[in-house]
Ligand binder design. Structure first.
Ligand SMILES: Cc1ncc(C[n+]2csc(CCOP(=O)(O)OP(=O)(O)O)c2C)c(N)n1
Length: 584
């Protein structure tokens, strides 16, 4: 008699999600590593189970059942050649788009190649046996649980989708310490996917916020519909300089999100409507993780669980989604007004800021010509520029797809060549520049390209107060190999000036705030300069650090700030030691 489910959470999550996704038919074959899974289906009692000794036959039987019933069918077997025998049936299912869910047991992945009996290497599959493959992790912590839930949801949704086919799940077994005493299945997190033509769910009651990561520029119609959606649901659009949205409800919350305080505008959100890809403004995305749930809208239909609480994916164009939820009801903008009022409470302390990446971003972002385009580099540059709004009409991009430091200059050059009617600005750090400097020799560069380089002699990002380099090793050791400082004449020689001038750039520079203030208007002037302009700003990495610290503590009382900094520098053990020393 089977007295309960295995305590193996991988099994429980898979079975719970099969039930939640309405998948009930199974053809199972005898074996050890799939035994817990089969026992769970058997114990549950609601599955329609068929037995087949021969796995090759089992997969073909499943094809017949799927075709006949129009339902997904599970097949389950153990490792070794048992699972290899699924190949013919799965290949047949692939070319007929039949929804077969192949579950193959495995002892442990680390056994692969160790001559452990029966363990074979299934890490690579032929292209045409499965539309989705999930190798479930061995569950050791909450993150493994989340990953298992996500992978299983992905596989089951792929099998159920309108353009389906077979899927393959590798399921680790419990490795000998069997325990079948669980009466209740783990309550796994289900993710649903909606396609055009499906019945859409109701929007949850409560605060709705839209979040847009990097996205191509919104069309007029997309902007108009998104604005209408916000007006209907009293919503706002949290976005950043890579979002491509320039509508009425845009909220750039970068500066608020780096403060210590939690602002109401980013709390108690019931649902985040998630659009776009990787984001520039990481802190705002992190704050919005506190929302109850996320609905993602993307034509690719992929399950991108950026916020860790994804519940619905809408595989469709944005406009299709928006149109469904726009109604004729009362138009509201209270939430938008609240966001604007909250933002207005933060006053930028220009006087306290030293010359730094942040200072340069604060000054230039305010006066960029309104029809210009800004290309933002990774590292400190994207962090700094995300703290400030740009003038209406200015567009901006960043290579945030991978956050590499290798190509933003080339991307800006490319864009300036493709669109020579507008000024293209590019903001970068020194390592970014040296990485990509050869592109400035391109023969087609013209007067619409302007580059601002913050030269802090190395990777300043590694020397921020919160960066592990600076926190654990200090300035000197970090400089040597982690921040790669002191190359290219330590920022003291005229390496860059000589290089860019010889290529025909107009070169300006600043080493103090006063110098900066006196020249930056030349850099942002909308007058055609005929030659491209290069603005080199020399900063100290300690000033870049200080500037970020000042900007992230605008709302913190000085005492709290001191405590916070001490915590960051000393860590919990250090704090205990100091408390002992001072007798508290
Ligand atoms: C191609 C690539 N190599 C390495 C990294 C790791 N990385 C991230 S930031 C950074 C330093 C960037 O230095 P710099 O351009 O001077 O900017 P700063 O940090 O001083 O603002 C590095 C090496 C990366 N993101 N991309």
């Amino acid at each position: 008699m089977i007295s309960g489910y295995s305590h193996n959470l991988s099994i429980q999550i898979l079975v719970d999600l099969l039930i939640k996704h309405g998948i009930k038919k199974a053809v199972v074959s005898p074996g050890t590593t799939n035994l817990e899974f089969i026992a769970a289906l058997q114990y549950n009692g609601d599955f329609e189970i068929y037995s087949s000794i021969d796995e090759r036959s089992a997969a073909y039987m499943a094809c017949g059942i799927a075709e006949e019933s129009s339902e997904p069918v599970i097949i389950a077997c153990t490792e070794s050649t048992a699972s290899r025998n699924y190949f013919p049936g799965l290949t047949e299912a692939y070319y007929r788009k039949l929804p077969i869910i192949a579950v193959t047991g495995i002892h442990r992945y680390y056994h692969i190649g160790t001559l452990f009996p029966q363990v074979i290497d299934r890490s690579v599959s032929p292209n045409d046996i499965a539309v989705c493959k999930a190798q479930l992790p061995i569950i050791k912590d909450k993150e493994d649980i989340k990953q298992t839930e996500l992978l299983v949801n992905k596989a089951l949704l792929a099998a159920k989708s309108s353009n389906s086919g077979p899927v393959h799940i590798d399921l680790p077994c419990c490795n000998d310490d069997y325990d079948f005493s669980c009466k209740e299945l783990y309550n796994a997190h289900k993710i649903d996917r909606y396609e055009v033509g499906d019945k859409f769910p109701d929007l949850p009651n409560g605060k709705i916020a839209v979040y847009v990561g990097s996205h191509r520029n919104f069309t007029e119609e997309e902007t108009e519909k998104l604005d209408a959606f916000c007006a209907c649901h009293n919503s706002v659009v949290f976005c950043d300089h890579t979002s491509g949205y320039h509508g009425k409800y845009a909220v750039y919350a970068g500066l608020l999100s780096v403060q210590r305080k939690k602002y109401d505008i980013m709390s108690n959100i019931m649902c985040v409507i998630h659009i776009g890809e990787q984001m520039a403004d990481w802190p705002t995305m992190t704050r919005l993780k506190a929302a109850k749930t996320t609905w993602r809208i993307s034509p690719d239909g992929e399950l991108r669980d950026t916020f860790g609480n994804l519940s619905n994916v809408f595989k469709m164009p944005l406009i299709t989604f928006l149109k469904h939820y726009i109604d004729d009801g009362e138009k509201k903008d209270a939430y938008y007004k609240e966001c604007s009022a909250t933002k207005a409470t933060l006053k930028i302390p220009y006087d306290k800021l030293p010359l730094s990446n942040v200072y340069a971003a604060s000054k230039i972002s305010a006066v960029l010509p309104s029809d210009s385009i800004l290309h933002i580099g990774a590292s400190n540059t994207v962090r700094a520029w995300s703290l400030f709004d740009l003038p209406n009409g200015a567009k901006s991009y960043g290579n945030v797809g991978c956050r590499g430091i290798d190509g933003v200059l080339s991307s800006a050059v490319g864009a300036s060549l493709a669109d020579n009617k507008h000024l293209h600005f590019c903001a970068i750090g020194d390592l970014m520049f040296y990485y990509d400097m050869n592109c400035l020799g391109n023969r087609d560069i013209s007067g619409n390209l302007r580059i601002i380089l913050i030269n802090n002699n190395g990777g300043g990002i590694f020397k921020q107060s919160v960066a592990p380099g600076y926190r654990f090793f200090g300035d000197k050791a970090t400089d040597e190999y982690i921040a790669a400082a002191n190359h290219f004449g330590r920022g003291e020689k005229n390496v860059i000036k000589n290089y860019v001038e010889s290529l025909g750039f107009k070169y300006i520079s600043a080493k103090t705030k006063e110098e900066f203030d006196s020249v930056y208007s030349t850099f942002v002037s909308d007058k055609n300069t005929n030659s491209p302009v290069f603005f080199e700003v020399f900063t100290k990495d300690s000033d870049d650090r200080k500037a970020f610290d000042i900007m992230s503590s605008i709302d913190a009382p000085p005492e709290n700030h001191a405590k916070q900094v001490a915590k960051q520098l000393l860590g919990p053990k250090g704090i205990d030691a100091v408390k002992k020393l001072i007798g508290r």
